[in-house]
Structures are given as structure tokens and as C-alpha cells.
Design a binder for this molecule. Structure first.
Ligand code: NAD
Length: 346
């Protein structure tokens, strides 16, 4: 059967990527909408065949408990609202897909994980790149030793923010976004380093640079460059920013290197493999990563199997991002004083 999704928040990402992609899924269907704008929700409902009775707002949200068609609630709200609506969805007895970053504090992430456990429901963080074929092929090559011993990594994930765009307005307000470029887009470089290497950093140093007099960066950061050391000895250099664009992951091994570029685009990716002798481009078929990730959770719900990117995976990134900020603030390297291991390998 197809599993019923209720989308919470009808902003740009929900309307332009997620809702249209449900039609490309194998096991998911759109059955309900939550929005503060009834008129917009009615238009979307009509377009996608959702019953007007299955339109909710943020106040009567908890009534989703009575709608048996809803299996999974997909939270696509500003970051600081993820925790509240995730917890309320679990209280309504639903499973949850939550957008990245999982939340804006460690405490919120822990509350979300605890709420999932109490409700005995699944919590998945929407790390789409971990379901995307080019990234999966890069992971396979690295794990199969095709690059030799991995020595270093260089990830860039940046995009210019535009205050004329309503979706970017809340992104420069720390209370709503939790942080700047790192929380929004740099998280791809961080998460990418972790799933490409298959290990967790033990030490972080970082530097922030904000342009003077730019109204976009009074509350949140622009350029953030950070370095992570891993137990294997690998050094990862990562870069994010809100005033330029870049989207490339490079992994350097003793025998070969690979570059994903674009690494985490919505619909277009590239993979190059380089040795001292030659450069090749493995042929990989593009697939709709949004449909793949929604089906991953649908399958986990139907078969009661573990998800690859659970709340613990989201929590790990939030903890690390807060350490990256701490390292930038203090100017000194920060040691990671906890351990985390994936339940399901990337
Ligand atoms: P957006 O501003 O377009 O959408 C947010 C929606 O939340 C809007 O419809 C807005 O009306 C609603 N909202 C409800 N309460 C609000 C409040 N108090 N303040 C502001 N808006 C409120 O933003 P978006 O780009 O769609 O991002 C939404 C979420 O999706 C974010 O968590 C973002 O990180 C995530 N996202 C993920 C990806 C990805 O590739 N996985 C891409 C874009 C966005």
C-alpha cells in the first residue's frame, strides 16, 4: 500500500520539490496539508487531490490524530519550529520526517528522539543526499577501497542568500534559523564529510568572516571555514557561506581521488574520478532523491525496519555544528568528548 504523508508548511521547498516529488514515489501519497494560509492550502489540495477536510492549520494541528489516512507527518517549517511540531506529531500517534537541520539545540533534538520513543514511532531526518545515487556511488567506491587509503577531504556547500526572497527572510534571524550558512547549507558539507568517510570527527577548528555593513549578517554568519580531524588521521576541510555559491565534495585517497560536483543539487549531479594517469566519469542514472527518501521512510513504517538517517543522525550534526561555532568563537581547536556510531551504515 501507499503510505499517507501530511506536509506541514507550504513554503518554497514543500511546494517546489517535496509535494511534486511524491508523485514520483513508489510507496508514498499526499493525504493532508498543514498551513497558516487556508486559501493557499485549498489551491494545493485541489491541485494534488487532497480532501479539503484534510487541511489543518498550526492551531488545530493536533486533530491529525483522528485522521487515519495520515501515517507520516513531514515537517518543512523554519528550523526553530521543527521540535515543537515533531513532538506534537508523535503525540498524535504519527511517524515523522523532519527537514534539516533537525532543530536548533541539543535539548530540542533529545526531546524529539524521546518523543519518538514514547510514541513508538519512527523519526527520520530528511538527509536527501544520503539517498541520492551519485553520493551513494561515491560512498561505495570509498568503502570498496577504489581510492586506496583515504587521506583528506575538501567540501564546499554555499549559496548566496537574498533578502528579497521570503524563504530567506527567516534564515538571517538566529532565533528562527538557529544560525547562518552553517545550519542551512554548510550542514551538507558536514554531513557529507561524515557519510563519505564513514567515521566521526574527534577535533574541530573554525573561522568565521562576516562582511562589514552587510545587513544580511548582523545576526547570523556568512563565511565559515572549518577543519575536522578524524580517528583514521583524515583531515577534512569544509567551507560554507551565504555570499557566494559552491557545491563540491572532493575525497583524496592514496591511489585516486573523486569529486562530486554538483554534490547536493536537487536534480543534477556530477562524479569524476582522478588518478595520476586518467580522469573518468562513471555513468550513473539521476533519480528523484526526494521520492527515494520518502519511500525509505514509507518502507520502514510498513515493515518496521530501521531508518538510515534517524534522529540520532540529526542530533550528531546539531552537536557538531554547535562545536564548530564554539571553535570559531574561541579560536582554539575543540575536542569532541562524546561518541556516536550509526545504527545503519551510510
Ligand atoms: P519557506 O520560508 O519557503 O517555508 C517555510 C514555511 O513555514 C512558510 O510557508 C511559512 O509560511 C511557514 N511558517 C510557519 N510558521 C512560520 C513562522 N513563525 N515564521 C516563518 N515562517 C513560518 O522556507 P523553505 O526554504 O521551504 O524551508 C523550510 C524548511 O525546509 C527549513 O527547515 C529548511 O532548512 C528546509 N529545506 C530543506 C531543503 C533540502 O534540500 N532538504 C531545501 C530547502 C529547505
Amino acid at each position: 500500500r501507499r503510505v499517507g504523508y501530511c506536509v506541514v508548511g507550504l513554503g518554497q521547498f514543500a511546494l517546489n520539490q517535496i509535494i511534486p516529488s511524491i508523485g514520483e514515489s513508489r510507496m508514498s501519497k499526499l493525504v493532508a496539508l498543514v498551513s497558516g494560509d487556508r486559501e493557499k492550502a485549498e489551491t494545493v489540495a485541489e491541485q494534488y487531490g487532497v480532501s479539503t477536510e484534510a487541511i489543518y492549520n498550526y492551531d488545530n494541528f493536533d486533530e491529525i490524530a483522528e485522521n487515519d489516512e495520515i501515517d507520516i507527518v513531514y515537517i518543512i517549517l523554519p528550523n526553530s519550529l521543527h521540535a515543537e511540531f515533531t513532538v506534537r506529531a508523535f503525540e498524535a500517534g504519527k511517524h515523522v520526517m523532519c527537514e534539516k537541520p533537525m532543530a536548533v539545540s541539543v535539548e530540542e533534538c533529545e526531546q524529539m528522539i524521546a518523543a519518538a520513543e514514547t510514541a513508538n514511532r519512527k523519526l527520520m531526518i530528511a538527509y536527501r543526499a544520503q539517498y541520492e545515487p551519485f553520493n551513494l556511488e561515491a560512498i561505495r567506491m570509498i568503502r570498496d577501497g577504489e581510492l586506496g587509503t583515504i587521506r583528506s577531504l575538501d567540501n564546499v556547500a554555499a549559496r548566496p542568500i537574498d533578502l528579497e526572497n521570503p524563504a530567506d527572510e527567516w534564515r538571517v534571524v538566529k532565533d528562527l534559523a538557529g544560525g547562518g550558512s552553517l545550519m542551512d547549507i554548510g550542514i551538507y558539507a558536514l554531513n557529507g564529510a561524515r557519510y563519505l568517510l564513514g567515521e566521526e570527527p574527534v577535533e574541530i577548528s573554525a573561522t568565521i568572516s562576516n562582511p562589514e555593513g552587510d545587513e544580511r549578517f548582523t545576526d547570523v554568519e556568512d563565511i565559515l571555514s572549518w577543519r575536522m580531524r578524524f580517528p583514521s588521521g583524515v583531515i577534512a576541510n569544509c567551507l560554507t557561506g551565504y555570499s557566494f555559491s559552491g557545491n563540491r565534495f572532493s575525497v583524496y585517497g592514496s591511489d585516486a581521488s573523486l569529486t562530486l560536483e554538483p554534490a547536493t543539487d536537487y536534480y543534477k549531479h556530477g562524479l569524476r574520478v582522478m588518478t595520476e594517469e586518467e580522469q573518468t566519469e562513471p555513468q550513473i542514472q539521476e533519480k528523484n532523491q526526494f521520492a527515494l527518501e520518502m519511500d525509505h521512510l514509507a518502507e520502514a513504517v510498513l515493515n518496521d525496519t530501521p531508518v538510515k538517517t534517524p534522529g540520532e543522525e540529526g542530533l550528531q550534526d546539531v552537536r557538531l555544528m554547535l562545536k564548530i561555532y564554539e571553535a570559531a568563537e574561541t579560536g582554539a581547536p575543540v575536542t569532541i568528548d562524546w561518541s556516536y556510531q550509526r545504527a545503519v551504515p551510510a
